[in-house]
Design a protein around this ligand. Structure first.
Ligand code: HEM
Length: 96
């Protein structure tokens, strides 16, 4: 659903700026649904988003993350959520 080209411009491209406020104004409210929607949607979504942002901020304050070019590119695979197929997704993590 989050790769639907009718909704997402260049859906296979990693572009965090597609979520910036100015790029999100015309998007349908149900276009991005990682936590589902409706009466049984995820009750932990705000906690999960805050936890995620906190964890990312703490990691980026302390470490430099770069792709590991010595290993194969990650292969996307659908397993309820999108994951990297074996052997996985590798990063080099160096202390700042
Ligand atoms: C990135 C993290 C998370 C994702 C992507 C996620 C996603 C989802 C999705 C897709 C559903 C199904 C909604 C439906 O059936 O329509 C759901 C339900 C639920 N989630 Fe999450 N969730 C996350 C984190 C959390 C956390 C941290 C908690 C609790 C602290 C939580 C508690 C629940 C509960 C209790 C339900 C069932 C709600 C119900 O059936 O009424 N989730 N979640």
């Amino acid at each position: 659903m989050h790769h639907n080209p009718n909704i997402w411009d260049r859906p296979e491209e990693y572009d965090p700026y597609r979520f910036s406020p100015e790029n999100s104004t015309d998007r349908h409210p149900y276009a991005f649904l990682p936590f589902s929607a409706g009466p049984r949607n995820c009750i932990g979504q705000h906690f999960a988003m805050n936890e995620l942002k906190t964890a990312v901020a703490l990691i980026l304050q302390r470490f430099c993350l770069t792709p590991d070019d010595t290993l194969p590119e990650p292969v996307p695979v659908h397993k309820i959520v999108l994951r990297a197929d074996s052997p996985g997704l590798f990063l080099k993590i160096n202390p700042l």
